[in-house]
Ligand binder design. Structure first.
Ligand code: ZN
Length: 372
């Protein structure tokens, strides 16, 4: 086991804490669950959730059940609680997807920053475009406003872009004409859909943002693998990215495949091995993957992938305690797998320590915080 307990954690992918803490067990379960909201009681049957409840109860000194945890956390001030968990878990920086939860439910960025952590906010392309569609803009105006927002992302303080194409039409992103994208928008409009939904529109918007990502050095995070029921898991294998990765638009753009692309972790690791512009993130709290699945993810990532392009995250979905649990689980599972590589003679002890630091901190610092 390589001891990573003293290595600061840069959370490579997470979402802002909720402004208001969950008040009931039902509300509390939702940020842990990827199924239907109406079925979130099922999360209590998932081992990673049960583990999480016990860890949180331990930390809070309450009984190890959901009711006690909710009672002990529902009055917490989100900003103070965020500061506490980040300090205790040595989480020093957050790479934040601002597209979920909705801004009016999320803790504002200045309050997150006031918790004493560095922030790298990402602009979620589909959320921004969806807001524009909801304004009722025609296609030409939509594109003009979309381009302006992407163009100004760096100046507006964003450290990268995020796409959830995986949730809509999958990762086989390809080129569509402006006419096809306009027709897709018209069809959506006729059906009363204001989010970016149809593949022609999803792909058109994403590809359009890539030249700016290259110009401004904005990494592009892509949801891949395990996520909520909106997605078709068959279409979110990152091997589908081949077309886009080979496109002119993608040249010189750095992509980050999220959530270990689980269960396609092999494919994700392969991409980092053969594409110098792909990083694989391993999320250690959400989606709910337990110890064995995370060991498998790190084993595969480190047996196949590029160590300078792996990073760790919590994918916290509104609860600061998820950040701390992600940090803990990332340190323990990564530490164990690095230890195995030392034991098998594949890495020296010194290399394993340096790689552990890079994966927990350094690689994200370089990518989102401009550090060398
Ligand atoms: Zn996420």
């Amino acid at each position: 086991m390589v001891d990573l307990s003293q290595v600061p954690f840069v959370d490579g992918h997470m979402h802002p804490p909720l402004r208001v803490r969950p008040q009931t067990v039902e509300e509390y379960r939702w940020p842990w669950f990827e199924g239907l909201p109406s079925e979130s009681a099922h999360v209590a049957e998932l081992v990673p959730y049960r583990w999480a409840i016990r860890q949180i109860a331990d930390e809070l000194g309450c009984a190890a059940d959901e009711r006690a945890v909710v009672r002990a956390t529902r009055e917490l001030d989100p900003m103070t609680w965020l500061a506490t968990v980040c300090e205790r878990s040595q989480t020093v920086a957050l790479v934040l997807d601002t597209g979920y939860p909705p801004p009016d439910e999320s803790l504002p960025l200045d309050q997150i920053r006031a918790a004493g952590v560095e922030l790298a906010p990402l602009l979620r392309l589909e959320a921004m475009a969806g807001d524009l569609i909801a304004e009722g803009l025609g296609f030409a105006d939509l594109i003009e406003r979309y381009d302006a927002a992407v163009d100004g992302a760096r100046a507006a303080g964003y450290a990268g872009l995020k796409s959830i194409a995986a949730y809509r039409s999958g990762l086989a992103i390809r080129r569509w004409s402006a006419d096809e994208a306009a027709e897709a928008l018209a069809r959506q409009r006729a059906a009363g859909i204001t989010r970016v939904q149809e593949q022609a529109l999803v792909d058109f918007l994403l590809l359009r943002a890539l030249p700016v990502a290259r110009r401004d050095g904005l990494p592009v995070q892509l949801h891949a693998g395990y996520g909520d029921r909106d997605l078709d898991l068959r279409l979110v294998n990152p091997l589908h990215l081949r077309g886009m990765l080979a496109s002119e638009e993608a040249a010189g753009v750095h992509f980050v495949v999220l959530h270990a692309a689980w269960p396609y972790v092999r494919e994700g690791a392969f991409l980092t091995a053969v594409y110098a512009n792909v990083t694989l993130d391993v999320a250690a709290c959400i989606p709910p993957l337990g110890h064995a699945a995370l060991l498998e993810a790190w084993r595969c990532a480190l047996a196949v992938g590029a160590v300078n392009r792996l990073h760790a995250s919590s994918d916290a979905a509104g609860l600061p305690e998820q950040i701390a649990l992600g940090a803990r689980r990332a340190r323990s599972t990564l530490g164990q797998v690095l230890g195995e590589l030392v034991a098998s003679g594949e890495l020296s002890a010194g290399e394993a320590e340096r790689d552990g630091e890079a994966i927990l901190s350094g690689n994200s610092r370089r990518l989102y915080f401009g550090e060398r």
